[in-house]
Design a protein around this ligand. Structure first.
Ligand SMILES: [Zn+2]
Length: 555
C-alpha cells in the first residue's frame, strides 16, 4: 500500500495539471499555429508534387513554407476573430481531414469543379465514401487539434487594440510571404506557370477558394431563371402516314472508351451490344471530367468549343429547344439529377425506388430506368425524346453497380476503399459494371424494337471517363487542361429501328463511316436537333454527325 499510494498521487497530480492546462495566447498566435499545422501536417501531396521539381533544395522548401504559411495566415487573419476562431477552426480541422484523406487516397485535385462535385454529391454517394480507412486521418487531423484548440484561452483585447494588432500581424505576414517568394522567385513562378495544378493541392486554402468561386453567380447553388434559347424552333412537317418518333438518349456515367469492348478492348465487355448492329463511335471525347461540368455542357449549344461555364449554366438546354419545337421531353434519373438541364421540364427520379430485385439499401440498378418506360412514353402524344440518366460505373463502389450474375471478371474489389484492393481487382469490378451497362443498353434496344407504334432510336454516350491507377490517378475530376485521356475519352453508340432510318432517310452505311472520325460532346446538341428535324437558328449543321448522311431535301 505504501508503495502504491504515492504513485497514485503522482498520477492524480499530472492528471490535475493536464486538466488545469489552459494556456492563454493571442488570436494572432492561434492563427499562426493553425497555419503552421495546415502547412506542415496536411499538405503531403502539395509538398511531394512541388518538391519533385527541385529535389532536395532547402532554399526552395523554405520559400514554399513561407508562402504556404503566409497564404493561410493572411486568409485566416481576415476571417478569424476571438469570437469565431474556435468554431471556424473546428470546422476547418474536420473538413480538412476529409479533404486530405481523399486527396491522398485518390490523388484528386480540389479545384472549384471538384468541390462542386463534392457539394452536389448526394447522401447516398457520401455514405459510400465513409470507409474505416477514414478513422486515422480523422483522429490525427481533426480530433487531436480540436481537443488542443478548445483547451486554449484566447487573450481578450479592447476593440481598438485588437484591430491594431491585427493590422500589424497582417503586414508582418505579407512581408514574410513576400520575402519567401522573392528568395526563390524564378523557381516559384515557374512552378505556378508550369504546374498550375499544384495550387489545387494546398490545403485548406484550395477548398476555401473553390467555395468562394462556387458562391459567385455561376454557381448552381444560387438559382436564377435560365435565359431562353432556340425559341424559334419548329419541327419540320412530315408525311401524314409517318409514325411519331421516339429517341431514347442514354447518358452514361464514368464509362471510359479504353474499357469499351466495341472499341477493341482486350476484354469483351460489350458482348450483347455487339449483336445489335448498333453504330459505335470509337474516337469520342467528353466536354469535362465530371458530371457537373459534362452534363450541362453536352446539352448546351456553346459546348467545349465556346466554353463559358457561366453562359452554359445561365441558358436553357437542348431539351428546352425540343420543347419549343413541340417535342415533349422526359428525364428519368437513377443518379444525382439533371444539373439544371431539365429545369422546369418533366423529371422522374427513380433512384429512390424500392422495386424488389432492382433496388436495395437505397440504391437501384440501372434497369429501374426501363420500368414502365413504354407507358411513360405513350402518356404524351407526338414525337418524344426521353433521357435515361444512369448510375453506370459511378465510383469508387464499382462492385455495387451490377447484379451478382454480372460478376464475370474476378477477383473483384468489394470495398469503396480502393487503397485496399489491387489494381486488377479494381479493373475487374469496373469492367463488370460496363458489362452490366452492355446488358442494360441491349434491353433498351429490345424494348424499342417492340414499340412498333413509334419509329425508335437510341443514342448512348458517357459523361466522362475514369482513371484506374494510370499515372497513380484514380476516379475523375482532374482539371480539364491536364486531365489524362482516361478521363476524357468516352464511348458513344447509336441504334435506329428500320422504320426510323428509312422514314428519316438516314444512310446507315454513311453514318458508320462518319463514326470512325473524331467526335465530341459538342456534337450532341446539333445532332439531336438534326435527327429530330427541328429547324432553329441555334442549329449548327457543321457539328451535326448526321449531316451528309441523309438526303438534303429532308433537312
Ligand atoms: Zn459523371
Amino acid at each position: 500500500m505504501s508503495v502504491v499510494a504515492p504513485r497514485f498521487r503522482l498520477q492524480e497530480m499530472s492528471w490535475r495539471r493536464l486538466r488545469d492546462w489552459r494556456p492563454e495566447i493571442s488570436s494572432e498566435m492561434l492563427i499562426l499555429l493553425a497555419s503552421a499545422f495546415f502547412a506542415l501536417a496536411c499538405n503531403a501531396l502539395f509538398w511531394r508534387s512541388a518538391m519533385a521539381t527541385h529535389p532536395g533544395s532547402v532554399v526552395f522548401a523554405t520559400s514554399l513554407f513561407a508562402l504556404l504559411l503566409s497564404v493561410h495566415a493572411l486568409l485566416f487573419g481576415l476571417l478569424l476573430w476571438r469570437w469565431n476562431a474556435k468554431v471556424l477552426l473546428t470546422v476547418l480541422f474536420i473538413t480538412t481531414a476529409f479533404a486530405v484523406h481523399y486527396m491522398n487516397s485518390y490523388n484528386v485535385y480540389l479545384d472549384a469543379d471538384m468541390l462542386r462535385n463534392v457539394l452536389a454529391t448526394d447522401r447516398k454517394e457520401s455514405s459510400e465514401l465513409m470507409t474505416p480507412a477514414l478513422l486515422l486521418p480523422l483522429l490525427g487531423y481533426a480530433v487531436l487539434p480540436t481537443l488542443l484548440l478548445w483547451r486554449v484561452r484566447i487573450r481578450k483585447r479592447s476593440v481598438g487594440r485588437a484591430l491594431l494588432w491585427r493590422v500589424a500581424f497582417l503586414l508582418g505576414v505579407v512581408i514574410v510571404g513576400g520575402a519567401g517568394t522573392m528568395a526563390s522567385f524564378q523557381d516559384i513562378s515557374a512552378l505556378m506557370r508550369n504546374h498550375r495544378e499544384v495550387r489545387y493541392l494546398a490545403t485548406p486554402v484550395n477548398y476555401l477558394i473553390a467555395l468562394r468561386q462556387n458562391m459567385s453567380s455561376a454557381s448552381p447553388i444560387r438559382k436564377q431563371p435560365k435565359l431562353a434559347i432556340g425559341t424559334d424552333a419548329k419541327a419540320m412537317p412530315r408525311a401524314a402516314s409517318s409514325k411519331p418518333r421516339l429517341l431514347v438518349l442514354v447518358v452514361g456515367e464514368t464509362v471510359r472508351a479504353q474499357n469499351w469492348g466495341l472499341n477493341g478492348y482486350a476484354r469483351q465487355t460489350t458482348p450483347e451490344l455487339s449483336q445489335t448492329g448498333a453504330i459505335n463511335f470509337p474516337d469520342m471525347h467528353s466536354c469535362g471530367t465530371s458530371t457537373e461540368v459534362s452534363l450541362p455542357c453536352m446539352f448546351s449549344p456553346f459546348g467545349r468549343h465556346d466554353y463559358d461555364e457561366k453562359k452554359i449554366r445561365d441558358h436553357q438546354s437542348l431539351l428546352h429547344v425540343l420543347e419549343h419545337a413541340g417535342i415533349s421531353t422526359l428525364w428519368r434519373d437513377n443518379q444525382s439529377g439533371c444539373k439544371g438541364v431539365c429545369e422546369n421540364l418533366q423529371i422522374e427520379r427513380l433512384d429512390d425506388d424500392t422495386l424488389p430485385g432492382l433496388c436495395a439499401d437505397g440504391r437501384c440498378m440501372d434497369e429501374i430506368l426501363l420500368n414502365d418506360l413504354a407507358t411513360q412514353v405513350r402518356a404524351k402524344p407526338g414525337d418524344r425524346v426521353v433521357v435515361l440518366h444512369q448510375l453506370g460505373n459511378h465510383g469508387p463502389s464499382y462492385f455495387q453497380r451490377y447484379p451478382a450474375r454480372f460478376r464475370q471478371f474476378t477477383p473483384t474489389c468489394e470495398t469503396a476503399d480502393l487503397g485496399k484492393c489491387s489494381r486488377d481487382e479494381i479493373v475487374n469490378s469496373y469492367d463488370n459494371a460496363i458489362r452490366y451497362t452492355d446488358h442494360f443498353l441491349s434491353r433498351i434496344i429490345a424494348a424499342l424494337r417492340g414499340m412498333d407504334d413509334y419509329d425508335t432510336a437510341m443514342i448512348y454516350l458517357s459523361d466522362h471517363g475514369e482513371s484506374l491507377g494510370e499515372k497513380g490517378l484514380y476516379l475523375h475530376g482532374m482539371p480539364y487542361g491536364i486531365a489524362p485521356e482516361e478521363q476524357t475519352r468516352v464511348p458513344m453508340l447509336m441504334w435506329f429501328s428500320q422504320g426510323f432510318a428509312s422514314d428519316r432517310g438516314l444512310n446507315l452505311q454513311c453514318l458508320r463511316q462518319r463514326a470512325g472520325q473524331r467526335a465530341d460532346h459538342d456534337n450532341l446538341f446539333p445532332s439531336v436537333l438534326g435527327l429530330m428535324q427541328v429547324s432553329t437558328s441555334v442549329y449548327d449543321r457543321s457539328r451535326d454527325v448526321f449531316a451528309g448522311c441523309e438526303p438534303v431535301s429532308k433537312m
